[in-house]
Design a protein around this ligand. Structure first.
Ligand code: IMP
Length: 183
């Protein structure tokens, strides 16, 4: 089955909406009376950040970083490089790194170390999806939308070769599962 004939839905837009709203409520409780900086990892987290931010009532600002990641395929090279840095200093601020998927953990491991050097007041991670079975780097998210097995997904910001980010649901990438083992 090709994507054109309709990919298999793993999480519907309604389920995503419900879960992201819950995550926002939890963040509101945890940061009541504080200000936070939401740092999205481009491009995959853009849609998640947009929805998560609108589920949050505490004072917040956005920033974005970009790193080299999977490129046009499904495999990571293991090397992570910063392509776009923060626009604003995060020193002394409460920061939540917002990511679409925590997979091998190489990306968030890299960003966490980098951000810690800037001495934020606190640093947490919100990941919409978590694939713990693929983990290489020892890292956990503080807020997780859904935990999934070793499957390649597309939609709601997540791509395959830069396509399908606009699908409103999170879908399984046809003929691409399970993924190759993490290196
Ligand atoms: P990590 O560095 O291996 O944790 O990979 C994180 C990044 O890999 C995510 O932010 C995604 O951009 C990408 N990625 C991992 N799994 C998938 C997937 O199933 N679909 C689309 N992108 C993925």
């Amino acid at each position: 089955m090709g994507v054109a004939s309709g990919p298999e839905v793993l999480f519907s837009r309604e389920r995503i909406r419900e879960r992201v709203a819950q995550m926002g409520r939890q963040i509101d409780l945890d940061y009541a009376g504080e200000s936070i900086v939401l740092v999205g990892v481009l491009k995959g987290a853009a849609i998640f950040l947009a929805d998560l931010a609108r589920s949050i009532s505490v004072d917040n600002t956005f920033d974005f970083v970009a790193v080299s990641s999977y490129g046009k395929g499904q495999r990571t090279s293991g090397a992570v490089k910063l392509i776009k840095d923060l626009d604003q200093p995060i020193e002394g601020k409460h920061v939540i790194l917002v990511e679409d998927i925590l997979d091998t953990g190489l990306t968030l491991g890299f960003l966490r170390s980098l951000f810690e050097q800037h001495q934020p007041k606190s640093l947490r991670i919100a990941a919409l999806l978590d694939k713990p079975s693929r983990r290489v780097e020892k890292i956990e998210a503080d807020y997780v939308g859904f935990t999934i097995p070793n499957q390649f997904v597309i939609g709601y910001g997540m791509d395959f070769a830069e396509r399908y980010r606009n699908l409103p649901d999170i879908c399984l990438m046809p003929s691409c599962r399970p993924q190759a083992p993490a290196e």
